[in-house]
Design a protein around this ligand. Structure first.
Ligand code: CO
Length: 137
C-alpha cells in the first residue's frame, strides 16, 4: 500500500537554529520559512536527495504541535509521511484492518497541497503516521 517516504516532520522550538543546523552543519538545501496559518505551523523544507525533512514550528495559539513541544521541549520527530496512490482506497483498507484514522476520517489538504490523513500512533508502533496521495507521472 505505501510507497515512498515523502517526509519526516520534526517539531522544533527554535526554527532558525534548527534551519541553521541542517543548512550549515549538515550542508542540506533548506527553503525559506513558510507560514501555513491553516495548519497552525511555520515550515522549513529541507530537501534531501531521496526525501524531505520538514521543520515545524507552532504558528498561532491553536497550533497542533504546541502540545507536542510542551512534552518535548527540545523538539522531536513528530510524524512521518508515506505516499499512497489512492488515499480513499488506503483509508478503507486501513479501517478494514482495524487501524484508527484520526479526525473525521476525511482527507484534508496538507502542507503540500495534497490530500493527507493521519493514523493513530498506538496502531503504528508509537509513531504518528501521515499518508499522502501524491500524483506520479
Ligand atoms: Co507531514
Amino acid at each position: 500500500m505505501i510507497g515512498r517516504l515523502n517526509h519526516v516532520a520534526i517539531a522544533v522550538p527554535d526554527l532558525a537554529a534548527a534551519t541553521a543546523t541542517y543548512r550549515d552543519v549538515l550542508g542540506a538545501k533548506v527553503s525559506a520559512p513558510q507560514d501555513l496559518p491553516a495548519h497552525g505551523v511555520t515550515v522549513v523544507f529541507v530537501e534531501l536527495p531521496n526525501t524531505k525533512i520538514e521543520l515545524l514550528h507552532p504558528l498561532g495559539d491553536k497550533s497542533p504541535i504546541a502540545k507536542f513541544l510542551e512534552s518535548n521541549p527540545a523538539g522531536g520527530i513528530h510524524h512521518m509521511s508515506f505516499e499512497v496512490e489512492d488515499i480513499y482506497k488506503a483509508r478503507d483498507q486501513l479501517k478494514a484492518s482495524g487501524k484508527r484514522v484520526l479526525g473525521d476520517g476525511e482527507p484534508k489538504i496538507g502542507a503540500h497541497g495534497t490530500p493527507v490523513l493521519f493514523l493513530h500512533p498506538k496502531d503504528f508502533a508509537g509513531a504518528l503516521v501521515e499518508i499522502e496521495e501524491v500524483a506520479r507521472k
